[in-house]
Design a protein around this ligand. Sequence first.
Ligand SMILES: CC/C=C/CC(=O)SCCNC(=O)CCNC(=O)[C@H](O)C(C)(C)COP(=O)(O)OP(=O)(O)OC[C@H]1O[C@@H](n2cnc3c(N)ncnc32)[C@H](O)[C@@H]1OP(=O)(O)O
Length: 719
Amino acid sequence: MAQYTRVSGSVGLITLQSPPVNALSAAVRQGIVDLMQRALSEPEVKSVVICGQNGIFCGGADIKEFGGQMSGPPLIPMIHAIEAASKPVVAAIEGIALGGGLELALGCHYRIAHSKARVGLPEVTLGLLPGAGGSQRLPRLIGVPAALDLITTGRHVTAAEALKFGLVDQITDHNTVNVAVKFAQRVADQPLDARRISTYPCLCPSDVAVLFEEVMQRVRRTARGAIAPIACVQAVRAAATLPYNQGMERERELMATLFTSGQARALQYFFFAQRAVGRWSMPSGARWDTSKPRPVHKAAVIGLGTMGRGITVALAQAGFSVVAVETQEKQLMEAKQKISGMLERGAKRRGVAPALDKINYGRNIQSVADADLVIEAVFEDMALKKKVFQQLSAVCKPSTFLCSNTSGLDIDQLACQTRNPELVVGMHFFAPAHVMKLLEVVYGPKSSPLAVATAMQLGKKIGKVSVAVGNCRGFVGNRMLKPYLEQALFLLEEGATPEFVDQVLEEFGFAMGVFRMSDLSGLDVGWKVRMADGLAMPDPTTGQPTRLRQGRRYSPLGDLLCEQGRFGQKTGRGWYQYDKPGSQVAKPDPWLHSFLDEYRARHALVAHRIDHQEVLERCLYSMINEGFRILEDGIAAGPEDIDVIYVFGYSWPRHRGGPMFYAATVGLNKVLERLEHYYQAHPDVPSLQPCHLLRKLVASGSPPIQKWREVIKKVRSQL
Ligand SMILES: CC/C=C/CC(=O)SCCNC(=O)CCNC(=O)[C@H](O)C(C)(C)COP(=O)(O)OP(=O)(O)OC[C@H]1O[C@@H](n2cnc3c(N)ncnc32)[C@H](O)[C@@H]1OP(=O)(O)O
């Protein structure tokens, strides 16, 4: 909806009214069309201002409308009509002007922005392009290089940057609507021909063809199979090479392809999934909207290894006072130096002062006594962590939240070491912790809603996407990773090479295949865990590693590599070879190929031809099957939680929506049928056995993902 008022006698003020972000719903578009006609028809009105209510100009097209039948006046003619108007139209931009919101402003003859406003064309992040003339007007206004940057990245820019680009005409610290009204009065008699952006020539640098080629190559390299960034480059190229009308036609064609694509659906699902995880709930019924967090002023981090350092930096950068504890003097000095370096580099990038003074370093655990929240980040060893929690419980004030950065150990066992187990939660960060967006907030059976709410809010304040999950081995992310890694090893046993498996997964869209990722994170990490679990042990009778553990198929390949000191990049050898330890350039290793041949011969394994389909299905469907088990067990509240965890924590390609959304797009019946097929072929691999929830969903007619929660609730109540 939109409201019309006449201000200062001669200015028609159109206010968009559609909370929370004044998105351009059918009703809003209708309102704009009607009210523009009214303003143009009133002889007293000499100029028009368009603004949005509640200090927000416009968040763009209403994304909720995309899934259904579009109705109401279309955006393109509406914006053309504004640009063609005989009276000056001024956009008063407060808060945000994004996507269709900025395209609307580009159709206006002038743009006045508040100094705190942000503008951008983020359509690419939704699998689209700025298809309401944005791809044609923006390069005409600010030039091809800047337009390519904004449109292909979707990044938001500040008002100051927008002014520098010439994207807005003026910025103000005062009431933007008042400033825009005065401005509109001043320009009421000015000719408009020079203000219609669609009539501008497109500003191109002399080497524009080279520029397009370079940008296209960069986009293809980084898009990981996403089609929208490529279409964005093509649309801007049309602006640079074609007259406006033909450019618009090209924009329309490209948009039509994107709009109905699976990628756009996946990205739009993911947009709402990201927001859904903030509305967390626990099986007890506690929820985000009924659980109040307690403010955290002072935080502490125990253990300053790689994870502890990253967490300390994330907290300090967000303005928290941090006590950083490392008991060994040498490690403490080293950590202090590294943390200061990280803070200084981060501050330089962001153009701010480094938050060095936010951190107090100490060797004694007593120094965290008055912290409101402590994050333990010592080595992943239950006995050690238990000892730290006992100490923390003894020294900290009774109200202190005690959190563990464990990547999969039992939170309940840690909680049991403390006087106040209800204040214990897991805060599972991902390396590097000051960069990676994901935080799993893990509640144990004793964790209070207060503790979960506080950890979730802290996560938000330090810029993380926080997902509340239940307590089980590996939580959500690492639990699902286990069958994925396991299948990758089995594929090697059966004839594949690490290069082939990685190539298939990277073509699917992962930033790194499973073996390159394993080399990067270090093979020894999982080896130590398997040893602690009694898995990575040679067979006591033969001294040879067996391929069976606890009645299930087991691949000792990773253990055998570790026994040879092949820990990945850090030792210069792993699933690949590297020029030197620490190098990141992975090369196929003939030694590994012979090793695999010998291994297969020793175990009488006959290598067979493994194709793309088998790699994808076995790795991904086994992981997805575990995802369904996680939903069934109530460890994740819904499929969105799993998908957000996988995109932000495990480099799952966002344009495929996340593993659970991917399962829905493939078709649940197909996933079920292929799992059944593989389980029949490998009955000693329980992760391939389709789980009850998957069967139930298929039996319920494979409802859309938004309806899964209803089936999950029924399945859980039957268990
Ligand atoms: C014909 C096709 C044309 C397409 C052109 C387009 O315009 S595509 C849309 C382009 N716009 C965007 O991509 C903006 C998307 N929104 C955001 O980036 C952010 O929401 C925001 C506007 C920067 C606000 O961020 P903030 O953190 O303050 O709030 P939330 O993200 O939590 O959002 C609040 C609620 O508003 C809903 N919402 C936001 N934008 C839209 C939108 N464009 N359409 C519909 N709904 C939108 C969001 O879902 C939140 O709703 P809740 O119900 O509260 O979760």
